[in-house]
Write a new protein. Structure first.
Length: 75
């Protein structure tokens, strides 16, 4: 039987999404934008976010929410 804690650690929680309406909001014409292109855009946006602040934001916001770090073990 799997540990409940282990299962909880593997859950994913959505951060954001991107839609054709988002593209329209910034001036793009989406009449010919297919789902494949949207999937590629979403993937590239996820990569960009990870490269430009995701990890730093994660740490800062987790600290702000008083999420505790692991206890350091003595070697």
């Amino acid at each position: 039987m799997k540990s409940t804690n282990k299962i909880k650690q593997q859950e994913f929680f959505q951060i954001t999404s991107v839609s054709r309406n988002d593209l329209e909001e910034v001036g793009f014409d989406t009449k010919n934008v297919d789902d494949s292109t949207m999937i590629e855009l979403a993937s590239k946006m996820a990569d960009a976010y990870c490269d430009m602040g995701f990890w730093e934001d994660l740490e800062i916001l987790a600290e702000d929410l008083n999420i505790k770090y692991h206890e350091k073990t003595k070697d």
